[in-house]
Design a protein around this ligand. Structure first.
Ligand code: AHM
Ligand code: MG
Length: 364
């Protein structure tokens, strides 16, 4: 198996390598100033004459939903003027909570698109199988957290959407089943996130690489701004909820103290940065180099984050970009899921920082 494929392969998962056996690292030759998300996905498609275009179409659908959510997120501060969630606004419309609105948008565009046979969402108890003929014949299922970090909405802090795309296992033409969704992360064909921040960005990865698009408000389009993102091999940022320090296991406390003791003589000093919005925290560390941790705590012994909606998509993106992600024992991407909403611990980031963490978690 080539080094490129090796990013996602492990002995346990070599059987999945067929998905990407013909892919080579991308030859990026793009005009980054003007290429929109749609143009980029079409350009990528042109390099594979036998591709059906379904994944490109699905990614464009997600871009559309993201733009709609972005409009509402930008109005969040006006909630007192426009009406509280649960009330009826001056136009006589029901005002929905933003996370419900975001969920409806992503579910709606995917239901009406031509590439997605069903969805699972952090906001919905069970998966949804789309039952029209076009959807039943579609190739992919999509899982998402429509608005992560929604506790930050009230205070104007960045929030985000996280998504993940898998090829269905059930035959086309039939309704999707639970097994289509309960696949290990290594089976993802694409994953991404949207960060609604000082600018709004959509970043997505496929096995060909990770690319970032910034929303150009003047033309209403995501525009390629961060081509071929690589996670720096090393970094100086660690992101963890320090308030939980005494709830972490000793090995995690030891690693945090290593971070705190870094100085000029041993690769430091390190900076602690924790927004409490995973999308913004991991995005920053992906670009600048760093490590993000959500360890198990006494109160949440399985961790807080959701394997299928939060951990797997980020594990895929960061791994493709050259970093690593584990649950403290094994690669996140290799975990065999048993429940749609299952929780996981997560350690993710620059490979050298992950190496140092693992000397604490798994001493020789
Ligand atoms: P949510 O899905 O309910 O929004 O929770 C997930 C969020 C992550 O974005 C963030 O990293 C984490 O919860 C913060 O949790 P805590 O406040 O416990 O540190
Ligand atoms: Mg979430």
């Amino acid at each position: 198996m080539s080094g490129y494929l090796g990013y996602l392969s492990s002995p346990a998962n070599d059987r999945f390598a067929y998905i990407c056996k013909d892919l080579k690292p991308p030859a990026m030759n793009v005009n980054r100033k003007v290429l929109t998300l749609d143009e980029f996905t079409i350009q990528q498609l042109r390099e594979f004459p036998h591709a059906t275009g379904e994944l490109s179409s699905l990614l464009r659908d997600i871009g559309l939903a993201a733009k709609r959510v972005n409009v509402e997120v930008n109005k969040a501060g006006l909630v007192d003027i426009l009406g509280d969630a649960g009330s009826v606004n001056v136009q006589g419309e029901d005002v929905k909570k933003l996370d419900v609105f975001a969920n409806d948008q992503f579910t709606g565009v995917l239901r009406h698109g031509i590439s997605c046979a069903g969805v699972a969402s952090e906001e919905i108890d069970d998966f949804v199988a789309f039952d029209d003929e076009v959807s039943k014949n579609s190739k992919y299922v999509c899982l998402y957290d429509p608005l992560d970090g929604s506790g930050n909405i009230d205070v104007n802090v960045s929030i985000g959407t996280i998504f993940s795309v898998y090829p269905r296992l059930s035959p086309r033409g039939t309704a999707v089943t639970r097994e289509d969704f309960l696949q290990p992360g290594v089976r993802q064909v694409a994953a991404g996130y949207i960060v609604y921040g000082s600018s709004t960005m959509m970043v997505y990865g496929t096995r060909r690489g990770v690319n970032g698009f910034t929303l150009d408000q003047s033309i209403g389009e995501f525009t390629l701004s961060h081509p071929d993102i690589k996670c720096p091999e090393d970094g100086r940022i660690y992101s963890v909820n320090h308030g939980n320090f005494f709830q972490y296991e000793q090995a995690v406390q030891d690693y945090i103290q290593i971070c705190q003791r870094k100085n000029k003589s041993n690769g430091g000093p390190y900076t602690q940065r924790y927004i409490g919005s995973m999308v913004a925290d991991v995005h920053r560390n992906l670009i600048k180099g760093g490590i993000f941790m959500y360890p198990p705590t006494i109160d949440k012994p399985k961790g807080k984050l959701r394997l299928m909606y939060e951990c797997n998509p980020f594990a895929f993106i960061v791994t493709i970009a050259g970093g690593r992600a584990t649950n403290g024992k094994i690669r996140v991407l290799d975990v065999e899921p048993t429940e749609l909403h299952q929780r996981s611990s997560l350690y993710i980031g620059s490979s050298k920082m992950m190496d140092e963490l693992e000397t604490c978690l798994n001493p020789a």
